[in-house]
Design a protein around this ligand. Structure first.
Ligand SMILES: Nc1ncnc2c1ncn2[C@@H]1O[C@H](COP(=O)(O)OP(=O)(O)OP(=O)(O)O)[C@@H](O)[C@H]1O
Ligand SMILES: [Mg+2]
Length: 260
């Protein structure tokens, strides 16, 4: 089987979110979000802390239960109360800021445990797929190591390989480089860029504006639980129209700036 473009894009699913609402008690965190990602498209989600970006991602794979609206993944209604949670989660890979690798398992075991337990793959088959994905992230020789023997960037690359080993149709990334040393940020972004070029559908929360501008097809700017501005990455980041977007980007792109 090839590890190239067709393998990923053949399985890519789109996401269609309409009127998504989520509250914690009286705090309405998502106030009717409309957002779509076409199959094979890369959408970056940007916005200030507390604007609801993680909550939105967590609703897409039902780590959080929405209070209203619908979420379709590949034509599959995630918000249907009858949804098969396990089946749905298999479709959606998620990469977190803090890697979340199993510390007591080797790199290879981290990548094979779910395919064996959840997808009921035979061990040899799961190892073959895992190795292919470890090679894809440049860690083909690291299968026997434990997570604490790797740098942060390498651990995050393993987390990506682990997610890919479930053969998802969609990948969610929640600030995947925010916990990394600056010198390892690039290696993770470059893997993500390769994935995007291979046709994976990706919804990425990030503060890496250069990455968003270069790799994303479209960018959504969220503030206070609503989408304030959306459009082509070059437009939203290069020439934002809304004052709130302009203000946010000014602060992110020039963090040492102080208004006097
Ligand atoms: N489990 C929870 N219980 C109660 N409130 C929550 C919970 N998770 C998030 N919130 C609140 O929801 C709001 C949005 O949080 P969220 O984590 O989605 O923001 P974010 O945009 O991802 O921010 P950041 O950039 O800091 O990661 C915040 O006010 C937060 O305190
Ligand atoms: Mg967050």
């Amino acid at each position: 089987m090839s590890t190239g473009t067709s393998e990923l894009s053949a399985h890519a699913a789109g996401v269609d979110i309409t009127g998504l609402r989520k509250s914690y008690g009286s705090n309405e965190v998502l106030k009717g979000i409309d957002l779509n990602v076409a199959p094979g498209e890369v959408v970056c989600l940007i916005g200030p802390s507390g604007s609801g970006k993680s909550t939105l991602l967590r609703c897409v794979n039902l780590l959080e239960q929405p209070n209203g609206g619908t979420i379709m993944v590949g034509g599959f209604n995630v918000t249907d109360p009858e949804v098969n949670l396990d089946k749905m989660r298999q479709q959606v890979g998620m990469v977190f800021q803090q890697f979340n690798l199993f510390p007591h398992l080797t790199v290879l075991e981290n990548c094979t445990i779910s395919p064996i337990k959840v997808l009921k793959r035979k061990k040899a088959e799961a190892q073959k797929v895992a190795l292919r994905n470890l090679e894809r992230v440049g860690l083909g020789d690291f299968g026997d190591r434990y997570p604490d023997q790797l740098s942060g960037g390498q651990q995050q690359r393993v987390a990506i390989a682990r997610a890919l080993s479930m053969e998802p149709t969609l990948m969610l990334f929640d600030e995947p480089t925010s916990a990394l040393d600056p010198e390892t940020v690039g290696e993770v972004l470059s893997i993500m860029k390769n994935l995007a070029q291979a046709g994976m559908t990706m919804l990425v929360v990030t503060h890496e504006m250069a990455f968003a501008k270069e790799v994303a097809d479209r960018v959504f700017f969220m503030d206070g639980g609503v989408v304030v501005e959306e459009g082509k990455a070059v437009d939203v980041i290069g020439n934002p129209q809304q004052p709130r977007t302009q203000d946010f980007l000014r602060r992110v792109l020039d963090p040492t700036h102080v208004d006097i």
